[in-house]
Design a protein around this ligand. Structure first.
Ligand SMILES: [Zn+2]
Length: 290
């Protein structure tokens, strides 16, 4: 009471569901039929170190980088001396669509992210989506839980989103649970916030395995194919969110913890008139031949 009046604070009543988060106790999780699926060699330690030694299988989708043969060879060497023997590489060529467009107006589509420049990289990106589904369909047979990239591609990588989409498509046929990581960045946060409102927010949190992360990071560095920051220090904990839509149209309150990273957001190079013309001709030829 203040001066004889009721004190009313704003907001008077927050709209909060009776159970606004569903943290799952660790002991209920069984990793015997669980797999990690990542786009690139090193993603498995950056976003999944806490479960690296728990899962029965680690699947890495891409290997070759046409613009950087040193990375391709370094990745081959790294995988041959990898300390965990349950790792499988599908050996696909990277499409090269990274940082195709401004991530402030990015748009998810069936094969990943809508690509603005329909050039050769885009053609490979489309083809990769088909091939990923075929290869992952046999690689993930019998899995009950699949841990993979999140729908916003962690810090904002088009191929991370594509791998998530392939895993999502196959869920209908193979019937596994999908768990995605909780990493995000200043580049991908807008996409994340547009996606999480009607998503499931059941999750669990584990301590990261900094020791194993460092051992494998050093292998990639020794072989000249470490693609992340040299002075990277992993978060102390990471969470995995169970993917799926919920019945409620909107969720208020506690959703899930986020590990947010600060990255450079490069400006997209403006195409010359000649570049645009070449892209239009290629698109025309592609449409004619299909
Ligand atoms: Zn990656």
């Amino acid at each position: 009471m203040v001066n004889g009046h009721d004190v009313v604070c704003w907001p008077v009543r927050a709209k909060v569901h009776s159970h606004t988060s569903m943290k799952i106790p660790q002991f209920k999780l069984n990793f015997d039929h669980a797999a990690i699926v990542v786009a690139h060699p090193d993603d498995e330690i950056l976003w999944f170190s806490s479960i690296l030694k728990k899962v029965s299988k680690i699947v890495v989708c891409f290997l070759n980088v046409k613009s950087n043969p040193q990375w391709s060879e370094g990745r081959r060497r790294s995988l041959s001396e990898y300390p965990l023997k349950n790792i499988q590489n599908l050996g696909f060529d990277e499409s090269g669509v990274f940082n195709d467009r401004n991530w402030y107006d990015v748009e998810p589509v069936q094969c990943g992210i809508k690509i603005k420049n329909e050039d050769d990289a885009y053609t490979i990106y489309l083809k990769n989506f088909e091939m990923l589904q075929k290869s992952l369909c046999s690689a993930l047979e019998g899995c009950q839980d699949v841990f993979t990239h999140n729908p916003w591609g962690e810090y904002g990588h088009e191929e991370h989103v594509q791998v998530f989409k392939a895993v999502e498509v196959l869920q209908v046929k193979l019937g596994y649970n999908i768990w995605h990581s909780n990493y995000c960045s200043n580049k991908s946060i807008k996409l994340m916030t547009s996606l999480i409102a009607d998503q499931n927010s059941s999750y669990f949190t584990l301590k990261t395995d900094a020791e194993t992360e460092k051992i494998i990071e050093d292998i990639y560095k020794k072989n000249g194919c470490w693609t992340w920051y040299d002075d990277w220090e992993c978060f102390s904990e990471e969470s995995f969110i169970k993917y799926g839509h919920v019945d409620q149209p909107y969720r208020y309150g506690h959703n899930f913890p986020i590990n947010i990273i600060n990255v450079d957001i490069p400006k997209r190079n403006k195409k010359t008139i000649r570049d645009r013309l070449v892209i239009k001709i290629k698109k025309y030829v592609r449409n004619k031949s299909s």
